[in-house]
Design a protein around this ligand. Structure first.
Ligand code: 13P
Length: 267
């Protein structure tokens, strides 16, 4: 592993009401954890951001959004803009989550636009990628189809985003979330996830090269890669100890205080 500090991102999706979100944020804000060991980001619903943000204010826990519209202001009925997120103190934004690709028909081109916008706004995008189907016999075939699928997504989503846009404080983060593992209780094995993470890093280097061209730029090889998909307190340690896994993106288990606490203590 190249990162000493694990990045743990809680994606609350649309699981919680506003009052439940506030209550959970209060419990989490009392967690004691070593900031040298982990960084925790909570992605509440848009509606929850302001009040959850207030609860987390003054703690080491960062605020994240689950999506964004890539324009600051304008005639975009029903959308939430980058300026709104900035005012609320949002530092991280999930981009291209498979549920948005699936239910909102978000294309790779839209994901690319959002990614640029979030980087330009100085926030950290968490780009979600992952193949739809579990590949049978993945061990034997080194899951070539899944790897090609993910490479294709990365190429399209990162298209024409120059390395120079990756500043040290806001380079993108990649989350590998195999769709078949999300919310199914059937996670990838840490070995397979780690293999895919190694592949993702290869693809990033293929796209950007291994070295940064300027001092203020983050190295593509230092982009954190998170695993997501049915992570819970029982399997978290396996992922956290796998060689290429820099952190976790957690859905369901992150909405239960005790589960999340146990996962954090595995860091
Ligand atoms: P689960 O942890 O509920 O499987 O969700 C994963 C996910 O999609 C996080 O973004």
């Amino acid at each position: 592993t190249i990162f000493m500090t694990k990045l743990i991102v809680a994606n609350w999706k649309m699981y919680l009401t506003l009052s439940q979100s506030i209550a959970l944020a209060k419990r989490i804000s009392n967690f004691k954890f070593l900031i040298s060991k982990l960084e925790l980001v909570v992605c509440s619903s848009f509606v929850g951001l302001e009040k959850v943000g207030k609860v987390l204010n003054g703690t080491h826990i960062k605020l994240g959004a689950q999506d964004v519209w890539p324009e600051p202001r304008g005639a975009f009925t029903g959308e939430v803009g980058l300026d709104d997120l900035a005012e609320l103190g949002v530092e991280y934004v999930l981009v291209g989550h498979s549920e948005r690709r699936r239910y909102q028909g978000e294309t790779d081109a839209v994901v690319n636009t959002k990614l640029r916008a979030v980087l330009a706004a100085g926030m950290q995008p968490i780009l979600c990628v992952g193949e739809p189907k579990r590949e049978l016999g993945s061990k034997n075939h080194e899951f070539r189809k899944a790897k090609n699928y993910v490479r294709n997504q990365l190429r399209k989503n990162l298209k024409d985003i120059p390395n120079s846009k990756f500043m040290i404080h806001n380079s993108p983060i990649i989350a590998y979330e195999p769709i078949w593992a999300i919310g199914t209780g059937r996670p990838a094995t840490p070995e397979d996830a780690s293999e895919m993470h190694g592949w993702i890093r290869k693809v990033i280097v293929e796209i950007y090269g291994g070295r940064a061209s300027g001092q203020t730029e983050a190295r593509p090889t230092r982009i954190p890669i998170l695993y997501g998909g049915s992570v819970n307190s029982k399997n978290a340690a396996g992922f956290l100890n796998a060689p290429h896994i820099d952190g976790l993106l957690i859905g369901g288990a992150s909405t239960k205080a005790e589960e999340l606490k146990l996962i954090l203590s595995a860091c």
